[in-house]
Ligand binder design. Structure first.
Ligand code: FE2
Length: 378
């Protein structure tokens, strides 16, 4: 496919955008399909009003700090569709039961806290910045050492890693860095009724596993601890990867698309990690901030973990934004000026692109920052 060129353009996308214009990337398939770069004389986010349901939205998940002390009750779904549910949860005390999700894989991102993830595969310590992959049907419980806050991503399809293509198999992290649990020689069960190194005792001689299937819980009771695995082998298990072990790729002369930061993929979902990295300082004509776009084939969700979010004024750690298909987003006008002398970003954020539109739940509505869609006019 040979691109057509009409009017004033930048022949190299994202570099030397014509004076007095801003660049929009209008593209199919999340920047991987057919595209057009549109050079506009106004930022497409410069609306004076929006009437109707389609708006960029922001939710302050950290605002709802209420906990009942129960993991499942406290992990509140914020956004969902048939492929993925995105929840935010808190764990303040060791769970008194094991949980098994038979509806999907779970990806837990540890926003705050440390502790242990006990599962069929053995215990695994977790800390801030960890991704914990829990395959569908694995029994587990969380034993926090301190107040733990989690972004919970539940996918209908199997979670895997993206094809690294020309980058090779050891970028952006070496797969050898992925940690898996080691079971203890006796398993985690114990005839005395107490798990070695753990606090989960039998309740009236029974251990409980709560199984979620089609959204409903079934309570299965055992007269022994069901985490009795003493050994395992194979290619499927709980996994841990810390964002500090991810080494983002960048170019000092070209603004790479978000897909360069993909960490996990599943059916209809891509999870990317934005990390501290050098900016495009090798060519003053290269753009340092993302181009405008209306991501017509994907809804786009960002969870802000820590740092300075230079392209988004007013965004704090613990916030979640939703930029739905069909309406533009991109840097706030002031962000372009703010980056002029900046050489590095210092931000950690988790992004999800979903092929199908997401619905916000009442839990998200309750913590919405209502005027977020106006934030580009400042
Ligand atoms: Fe975007």
């Amino acid at each position: 496919m040979i691109p057509h060129v009409r009017g004033r353009v930048a022949l190299q996308a994202h570099v030397e955008v014509p004076e007095g214009t801003c660049e929009e990337e209008y593209a199919r398939g999340g920047f991987s399909g057919r595209y057009a770069h549109l050079y506009r004389t106004h930022a497409p986010v410069g609306w004076s009003r929006i009437e109707g349901p389609l708006k960029p939205r922001a939710f302050d998940l950290a605002k709802d700090a209420a906990t009942s002390g129960d993991y499942l009750a406290d992990r509140k779904v914020q956004l969902e569709n048939g492929d993925v549910r995105i929840a935010f949860g808190r764990v303040t005390q060791p769970m008194g039961y094991f949980y098994k999700n038979a509806d999907g894989d779970e990806l837990l991102f540890v926003h705050a806290g440390t502790g242990t993830l006990e599962s069929d595969f053995g215990p695994l310590a977790y800390r801030r910045g960890d991704y914990l992959v829990i395959p569908r049907g694995t029994a587990y419980r969380l034993v926090p050492s301190d107040h733990t806050a989690l972004l919970v991503i539940e996918t209908r399809g199997e979670l895997g890693f993206p094809d690294r293509g020309l980058l090779g198999q050891h970028a952006l992290f070496d797969p050898a860095l992925i940690e898996v649990p080691t079971p203890s020689a006796e398993g985690m069960g114990s005839p005395s009724g107490l798990l070695p190194g753990s606090t989960l005792a039998a309740h009236n001689g029974e251990w409980e596993v709560r199984v979620k299937r089609l959204g409903e819980l079934t309570h299965v009771f055992y007269p022994f601890c069901p985490l009795d695995v003493v050994g395992w082998k194979g290619t499927l298990s709980v996994q841990r990867l810390n964002v500090a072990d991810i080494r983002p790729v960048m170019s000092e002369r070209y603004h790479l698309p978000p897909s360069a930061h993909a960490t996990f993929v599943s059916d209809g979902v891509i999870v990317c990690t934005f990390l501290p990295r050098a900016l495009e300082t090798g060519d003053p004509k290269a753009m340092k901030v993302p181009f405008y776009h209306s991501n017509i084939d994907f809804d786009e969700v960002l969870f802000y973990h820590r740092g300075q979010f230079f392209s988004r004024e007013g965004i704090k750690p613990g916030m979640l934004t939703l930029h739905p298909q069909g309406i533009h987003h991109g840097p706030q006008p002031k962000a372009v000026g703010r980056t002029a002398n900046v050489t590095h970003t210092d931000e950690v954020a988790v992004m999800l692109d979903t092929r199908n539109p997401l619905d916000a739940t009442p839990a998200a509505d309750a913590v919405e920052r209502a005027d977020y869609w106006k934030s580009w006019s400042k």
